[in-house]
Design a protein around this ligand. Structure first.
Ligand code: UD2
Ligand code: MN
Length: 581
């Protein structure tokens, strides 16, 4: 989830006017188009005693903390103060360049600017006036790191200490994921000993981010867990709005708006409002702006909470007991990546919610590459994690995941045992992925097949028809059951539970029982392609290198595979309907 570039937003069907009924809509399972993006109403799971707790006369309310000791900084003229951009001094360019790789950002400048610099209060108007409860739960702030840059780690810790109400911070847990750098040992212990709330937990071997977070969670003593990366700057009033949400409902997982600490000049940059966390196939995280017309029509305000299909992963608050009830992260996930998907699906499908809280803002250094090593291949690690997530949570939709990452189908990755995760899903009585799509992420394009209907030969105008287990060419009849096919993401041409495939010896066509793992049943077919324009509409057996194509012979009503020929019209086919773009 590297950068903050947004993806395009498919149009939603007309929205119901007001935002205040969002939870109601979700509870009643109304049609997807009616699900609102923001959350204002009380969630349906609130019972009477919760609602009582909301009454100001029983438990007081106060304005969010506005005191920020860094707003009158020790040294207002220091570089980077107030989040301003910094320029590398003349003559220091080489050094700055050399040090970049220590963290894959401008480490030289990070060392130059104060560890407790002020940043601009980027909250939308109205946030400072918001009320929160006096009796919010306490939190343990958990920051995992491996070989983090010294000044950046310190700045992260100072920003928490300086911009949070002290009584809400039970502790700051720094989880050292087996760093190799010396300064992260003695020096760090010494520096942090000034701050009684900071505890350092040293792992004896590299756990990877995901299991390091679990180690932190197991050692946490606060009511709420707040996870942060180790290169962040928490902004004014960031904490209370997050804890307020968890307080209102323990099943809310609250995320701040993640702003940008520029990797080149270290400036603190705000981001556009109205952004949701989403994913595109094959499960790539991204942010997507809610279109202005939907914002206008629903009168969504900048301070309104935004419900998200998925979270970015790094920064969020979650009730500690709830986190353990959910079975934490799948501990089988390795090192880095995919854990945000896993937790997001788990939260939504098992009764919780994920929200972005616009009044809570935290800066983060987005980097183009991980500055630490992966014990195994990086790509493989992330893919393996995603396969675990897909196999546990996506149900029949996992085919879309596999189908969009062509390389994933045949990889035969050993993803380990999934029994416990699947049992957990059953035990928690979690809803289906179909439910998630309909109720939480209705604007995701998730067609279960790539194409379907009759399969027509372009040159002959005849359709494939099934007789017993053989395939023949007949006059097209869209209403005939014998002519119906599905082209799946796993590249099978399915007729019910039977799959079209050539007989290796004779090259004639026959039906076989379908088997997602059998490579001998896979076909490539595209209705458009920039990469293989010459074979568009061909149905290619196996892979493009073998170049065997499905071909019709009208006089004999037969089908066979033969050497592919882009010129041969008898090799061009069309399904009745395509779902791909
Ligand atoms: C994003 C998330 C990050 C995590 C990640 C993986 C944000 C802003 N960041 O990528 O939190 O969810 O996606 O899906 O949402 N670390 C360890 N041990 C390791 C590897 C990393 O402790 O083996 C630490 C690292 O020092 C850092 C944190 O984990 O503090 C996250 O790693 P990252 O900053 O490289 O991830 P990022 O921001 O690219
Ligand atoms: Mn990060």
């Amino acid at each position: 989830s590297g950068n903050r570039s947004e993806t395009s937003f498919p149009t939603l069907a007309p929205q119901r006017a007001m935002v205040t009924q969002s939870h109601q809509a979700l509870a009643e399972g109304l049609e997807p188009a009616r699900i609102n993006l923001t959350a204002k109403a009380q969630p349906p799971e609130l019972n009477q005693s919760h609602i009582k707790a909301l009454l100001p006369e029983e438990h007081g309310l106060h304005h969010v903390l506005r005191i920020d000791v860094t707003l009158s900084p020790r040294d207002p003229k220091a570089p980077g103060q107030f989040g301003r951009p910094v320029v590398v001094p003349r003559g220091k360019e080489k050094e700055a360049e050399r040090r970049w790789k220590e963290g894959n950002f401008n480490v030289y400048l990070s060392d130059l600017i104060p560890v407790d610099r002020a940043i601009e209060d980027t909250r939308p108007v109205g946030c400072a006036e918001q009320l929160v409860h006096d009796n919010l739960p306490t939190t343990s702030v958990i920051m995992c790191f491996v070989d983090e840059v010294w000044s950046t780690l310190l700045r992260s810790v100072h920003s928490v200490l300086n911009r949070s109400p002290p009584h809400l911070i039970k502790e700051i847990l720094l989880v050292d994921d087996f760093s190799t750098k010396d300064y992260l040992k003695g020096n760090l212990d010494k520096y942090m000993s000034q701050f009684p709330k900071v505890r350092i937990l040293r792992l004896k071997e590299r756990h990877g981010l995901i299991r390091a977070r679990l180690a932190g969670a197991q050692n946490a003593t606060g009511d709420v867990l707040t996870f942060l990366d180790s290169h962040v700057e928490c902004n004014v009033g960031w904490l209370e709005p997050l804890l307020e949400r968890v307080y209102l409902s323990r099943k809310k997982v609250a995320c701040p708006v993640i702003e940008v600490i520029n990797d080149k000049d270290m400036s603190y940059m705000t981001v556009d409002n109205f952004q949701r966390g989403i994913f595109v196939w094959p499960m790539n995280f991204g942010w997507r702006t809610i279109p202005p017309d939907i914002v206008a029509k629903n009168r969504i305000k900048e301070t309104d909470i935004i419900r998200c299909p998925v979270m970015a992963g790094g920064l969020f608050s979650i009730d500690k007991n709830y986190f353990f009830e959910l079975g934490t992260y799948d501990p089988g996930l390795d090192v880095w990546g995919g854990e945000n998907m896993e937790l997001s699906f788990k939260v939504w499908m098992c009764g919780g919610e994920i929200e972005i809280i616009p009044c809570s803002r935290v800066g983060h250094i987005f980097r183009n590459d991980n500055p630490y090593s992966f014990p195994k291949d990086r790509m493989k690690t992330v893919e393996r994690n995603l396969v675990r997530v897909a196999e546990v949570w996506l149900d029949e939709y996992k085919e879309l995941f596999y189908g969009h990452g062509d390389h994933l189908i045949d990889q035969g990755l050993d993803v380990g045992n999934l029994t416990e995760q699947r049992e957990l899903r059953k035990k928690l009585k979690c809803k289906s992925f179909k439910w998630y799509l309909e109720n939480v992420f209705p604007d995701l394009k998730a067609p279960i097949v790539r194409a379907k209907g009759v399969l027509i030969n372009v040159a002959l105008g005849k359709c494939i028809s099934i007789e017993n287990t053989t395939a023949t060419l007949e006059d097209c009849d869209a209403s005939s059951k014998l002519q119906q096919f599905n082209y799946t993401w796993l590249r099978l041409i399915k007729h019910g539970e039977w799959c079209l495939a050539p007989v290796p010896e004779t090259r004639a066509l026959r039906l076989h029982p379908c088997d997602n793992k059998n490579k001998g049943l896979r076909w490539l077919h595209k209705s458009t392609s920039v990469f293989q324009p010459e074979l568009v509409n061909h149905i290619v057996f196996g892979n493009y290198h073998q170049l065997l194509c499905l071909e019709g012979n009208v006089s004999q009503k037969t089908l066979k595979v033969a050497a592919c020929d882009p010129e041969k019209q008898y090799q061009k086919w069309k399904f009745e309907k395509y779902y791909e773009d």
